[in-house]
Each structure stands twice: as C-alpha cells, then as structure tokens.
Design a protein around this ligand. Structure first.
Ligand SMILES: Cc1cc2nc3c(=O)[nH]c(=O)nc-3n(C[C@H](O)[C@H](O)[C@H](O)COP(=O)(O)OP(=O)(O)OC[C@H]3O[C@@H](n4cnc5c(N)ncnc54)[C@H](O)[C@@H]3O)c2cc1C
Length: 447
C-alpha cells in the first residue's frame, strides 16, 4: 500500500485520464483539470480523428484493468488496402495471423476513459485552465484569463498531461539547462468523412486501413463502428497541389475526381467537409528534463509530441504510464527516484519513435510509388515470412511488440544496411525470389 498523495493531473486527454485510473487504483487522491468543457457533454458527431491502437496501448489499458471496455469500441484492421493510381486495390497484411491494429475514435475513447477514471474515484474539474505552476511548492493557478484573479491549489504531486502546447512544460522551460525544440512539417491535415451505406454498412472493406498514396499528398481512411469512415487528407500547406491551391468547389471537384476515382460517389460529402473542417498542423516536440524533483513530471504529448505517420503518439503516451506504474511498483513512495528513472528510460524511446515517425512521413510521401522501394519491401517481407527467427520487420517491432522503441530503431537501421547491400545485387528485379538472394541475406546477417 502506498502513502496516499494528493495528486493533480493537468489535462483530461487520453493520457491524463489513463494516468488518473492508475493513480486511483493505487489509492491516491486525484484531481484532473482541463481547460475544455467536459467532452461527454458537448455536441459531438462521434466522427472526429481516428486513432490506431496497437500493442503498447493495449498493454497499458490491460494493466489499468480497462482493456475489455475499450475493446468494445474498436475495430480490428489486419491489413492495409492500397489504392494506388491506375491499379485495382490490393491488400498488404500487417503481420502474423491474428495481429491487427485497432481503429478507435479519439472522441469516443476519451469520453469512455473519463467515465472510467471518474468511476475509479478521480475528480474532474473542467473549464479550469492552468495559467501558472509553482514548481517548488506544487501549486497550480487557474482562472478566467491570464490577467484575471487566479484560484490557487496546493498538491503533493503534479503531472503535466496537457498536450503538445503544455502550460506545465512552458513553466519548466524557464529553468536553466532545460532543452526544448519544436519542428513543424510543411504538410497539414484535414478530417473528411465517408458516410455509411443506407443499411448502416461500410462502403469500403472495414477490416483494412485504406491508403491512397499520391506522392506529395495522401488520403487515409479508418472505419468507425457506425458504418462511416474517418478520412485524413495529408497535403502540403502551399504549392501546386496544396490546401492553399484548392479554393473553389470546381477545383475541389476536379481534385477528388482526378486522384480518388474509386470514391467518386463520395465527392459531394468529402467536398463539404473539405471546406467546413479546419486544416491542422503537425509538430515534433522534444524536451528534457521531463521531471522536477519529486514534484512534477510530464507525460504523453507534453513530453514528446510526434508526427502521426507511425500511429504511435497515443500508444507512446500510454506506454509512459505503463513505465511510470512499473517504477511506482519498484520504488513505492520515493517519487524523486520514480520520476528520475521514468524520464531516463523513456527519453531515448520517445526520441526513437519521433525519428521513426518522421522517417515514415518522408517514406510515405516520397517513396511509396518508387518501384525499387516497393521491391525492397517485397524482398524483406518474403525473407521475414521464410525466416521469422532471423527477421522481424521494423513495423512489427514498433506495432506488435512492447520492446523498446530505441531497440526497434537500432535493429531497423541494421536491417536497412543489409537491404542496401541486397539492392546492389545485379538484376535484383529478376532474381529477388531466388535461393541466392535469400542466402545472401543470411550471410549478411551472420557477418
Ligand atoms: C492526425 C493525427 C492522427 C493521429 N493518429 C494516431 C494514431 O493512429 N495512433 C496513436 O497512437 N496516436 C495518434 N495520434 C496522436 C495522439 O492523438 C496523441 O498522441 C494523443 O492524443 C496525446 O494525448 P495527450 O493526452 O498526451 O494530449 P491531448 O490529447 O492533447 O490532451 C491534452 C489535454 O490537456 C488539456 N489542456 C491543455 N492545456 C491546458 C491547460 N493550460 N489547463 C488545463 N488543461 C489543459 C487539453 O484541453 C486536452 O484535453 C494522432 C495525432 C494526430 C494529430
């Protein structure tokens, strides 16, 4: 049994509400602040951003004792459906039999997580924005505005789960030797919807993650339980084909008709969303340290925001909570040691998944149509199928395992060097399925 602490969590997003469940399970008093109104009470179509939940996310939910409730809200996707221009749709299995990522609506998930945290005894204070933090004393200040009279709260511990533009981190940044960087990519995103058929069924295969790779831009779609698909259009902010260049209905019609002919019937709805929904930016944020003595630590996007091209932001945030929990089990009431080990262990892993996510962005935008790149992937896949003991693909290490992200990055780099050599084999396009190529990979691994 732990010594009960009076704990504040800033942010009732996915990571903050999961942390609230863990801390309540350990018997602490938990108050969660959020500047937004209660998401369970605001009018919400249920069709906001969709997230892919994978192994690391499920592991954390299992440890919190809420996995089954969340599974009911998710749809398994065991393959990609590739909608390449000028070709019929083809499917690529994600992993081994039974391995899948899970499509879940962020809004639906967040509502459920808050319900579960509240049922576990956490108190939620919505529409209370944190303006300042007294780090030494673990005090929080909330109020109407930066200039209004603030209300003061005193706690034993504070967790900053307040997302990429964290106020808690902002305060920590004023310390000497606090490192911080942020990098926006020049691509933005917009949410669009494919409606359900009249009978409520899905218009596309509902056990696939759909991708329309188009070089500089890309559309993806993930199914919802209600028969709709949430699509995300990733596209440069400026340039020939960009959010800026599509200004009129005619331009949007021509764009969807030209590049997405297989969902042509959806154009009027896609177009409506295109002009109605905001265009959002994507950023990688890195910082260190994450903790302040035994008083404060950052979790989730506030510590490490990443671009979404590996589908790991929430998964990584949930894994933070798993690791924190492990450290609490190990060190009991020694919060300084808990925070210190947590940040030391997590930082290289957060940096690794940031790097992998950024690389995937480059790969998806510039390489998916390159025949040599596709051949490389085919060779890797075939070898991994024949020699699962020698080769686990990088995607599987990240998505279907809970081994460290930093290890996945390191092994991925080593596999890339091997594949660079394989691709130098003369006439590899013709010989890639031969025994010689297979043996060459084995020799390279053994060397
Ligand atoms: C397009 C897109 C697709 C994505 N796809 C995936 C995916 O497939 N899989 C995946 O794992 N991840 C994905 N992610 C990432 C995922 O959405 C985030 O990593 C996750 O939501 C982070 O959760 P969080 O709780 O740390 O932060 P947030 O969800 O940002 O929550 C922060 C909370 O803090 C509150 N807050 C902020 N400031 C204050 C303040 N001063 N006072 C009080 N409250 C405050 C906010 O209101 C908010 O409720 C995606 C992200 C994007 C943008």
């Amino acid at each position: 049994m732990h010594k009960e602490k009076d704990v504040a969590i800033v942010g009732s997003g996915l990571v903050g509400s999961l942390l609230a469940i863990f801390l309540r399970n350990q018997g602490h008093k938990v108050t969660v602040f959020d500047r937004r109104p209660d998401v369970r009470k605001v009018q919400f179509s249920g069709r906001s951003i969709n997230l892919a939940m994978s192994n690391r996310g499920w592991k954390a939910l299992r440890e919190a004792g809420v996995e089954d409730e969340i599974r009911d809200l998710a749809l398994p996707l065991d393959k990609r459906a590739m909608h390449v221009e000028g070709q019929p749709v083809y499917f690529q299995k994600y992993g081994e039999e039974g391995e899948a990522i899970y499509s879940i609506s962020r809004g639906v998930l967040n509502r459920k997580m808050i319900d579960l945290a509240e049922a576990a005894g956490a108190e939620f204070r919505f529409e209370e924005k944190i303006w300042d933090v007294d780090m030494k004393e673990a005090r929080l200040y909330t109020g109407e505005s930066e200039k209004s009279v603030w209300k003061e709260y005193k706690f034993d511990l504070i967790f900053g789960a307040d997302g990429a533009f964290s106020r808690v981190r902002h305060k920590m940044q004023r310390q000497s030797r606090f490192n911080y960087s942020q990098h926006f990519i020049d691509v933005g995103y917009k949410e669009l919807t494919i409606l359900a058929n009249e009978d409520g069924s899905h218009k596309l295969d509902n056990s696939s993650f759909h991708i329309w790779p188009r070089g500089n831009f890309m559309l993806i779609a993930m199914p919802n339980l209600d028969g709709t698909f949430t699509c995300t259009l990733f596209m440069p902010f400026e340039g020939d084909i960009s959010f800026e260049s599509l200004k009129t209905e005619q331009q949007a019609d021509a764009f969807f008709e030209t590049y997405f002919p297989d969902i042509k019937d959806e154009i009027s709805n896609l177009k409506k969303d295109f002009f109605k929904n905001p265009t959002s930016a994507m950023v990688t944020i890195k910082c260190f340290p994450w903790s302040y003595f035994d008083k404060i630590t950052l979790v989730g996007d506030s510590a490490h925001a990443i671009v979404p091209f590996y589908g790991q932001g929430m998964n990584a945030g949930f894994e933070d909570i798993s690791v924190l929990n492990e450290k609490i089990d190990k060190y009991g009431d020694d919060w300084e040691q808990i925070f210190e080990e947590y940040q030391t262990e997590r930082k290289p892993n957060a940096d690794a998944i940031a790097e992998l996510s950024y690389r995937n962005f480059i790969e998806m935008s510039s390489k998916t149509a390159n025949p040599l790149f596709l051949l490389r992937k085919k060779i890797e896949k075939k070898f991994a199928q024949n020699h699962p003991d020698l080769w686990i693909p990088l995607y599987s290490r990240v998505t279907f395992s809970d081994k460290a992200y930093s290890e996945a990055l390191k092994i991925g780099d080593y596999q890339r060097e091997i594949m660079d050599e394989v691709m130098k084999i003369p006439h590899i396009e013709e010989t890639w399925e031969s025994k010689e190529v297979e043996q060459k990979i084995i020799d390279l691994i053994n060397n």
